[in-house]
Write a protein that binds this ligand. Sequence first.
Ligand SMILES: CC(=O)SCCNC(=O)CCNC(=O)[C@H](O)C(C)(C)COP(=O)(O)OP(=O)(O)OC[C@H]1O[C@@H](n2cnc3c(N)ncnc32)[C@H](O)[C@@H]1OP(=O)(O)O
Length: 206
Amino acid sequence: MTTTSASTFLKPFALRYSAGSSPRVVRRHTLPASEFRNLSLSDALSVFEIEREAFISVSGECPLHMDEVRHFLELCPELSLGWFEEGRLVAFVIGSGWDKDKLSQDAMTIHVPGGSTVHIHVLAVHHKCRQQGKGSIILWRYLQYLRCLPTVKRAVLMCEDFLVAFYQKAGFKDIGPSGIAVGPLTFTEMEYALGGGAYLRRNSGC
Ligand SMILES: CC(=O)SCCNC(=O)CCNC(=O)[C@H](O)C(C)(C)COP(=O)(O)OP(=O)(O)OC[C@H]1O[C@@H](n2cnc3c(N)ncnc32)[C@H](O)[C@@H]1OP(=O)(O)O
């Protein structure tokens, strides 16, 4: 098995202007208006606050509890992505490595280093920033980023039925009901093929 080298970590990249802002606006501080970067342990609390509002307040459950957020950000920060505006987390994705066709209960807690599949545990957008295209944008950026990781061939996730259309729009395919249930919640498993990596990597500035 291989481990991902530090050189594959995402270098933070700032967008020059936040959506709708004018290039002529002079900012009085040094935080980038908008930045995408891998998450680190120090982001765990911000991640969990978004999760608490997005999931726990709705169903009492969430994809990753605080200790699991910390676990994955420690084990595989290179499979996470955060979107920060003025230094504040507005959206994130957390993934881990996996190596089987379908997700099983093990996939909820383990990271398979160098696995050919990335299991996307959670995508969430801060509640004040939803329905503005941010979920679609960070997911698209994350998938582009995964194309640059040499061992990764596909991404998988499980979601509730009402989000199947959202993921289909992003290019995911429905691969049937998930074998995993959380209390009364059932899920559909979705897959995104990242194939053709060698050619794409040569031509995408990875
Ligand atoms: C693997 C997983 O993590 S599955 C769980 C996903 N996360 C959550 O449910 C947490 C709470 N929700 C969120 O954080 C966000 O609403 C997300 C991530 C689901 C979507 O992000 P947003 O920034 O709000 O979505 P965005 O603005 O990009 O919308 C894209 C499309 O998805 C649709 N959509 C967004 N949220 C939902 C929803 N909850 N139910 C149904 N459709 C939705 C929008 O209507 C839009 O469709 P349109 O283009 O036809 O108008």
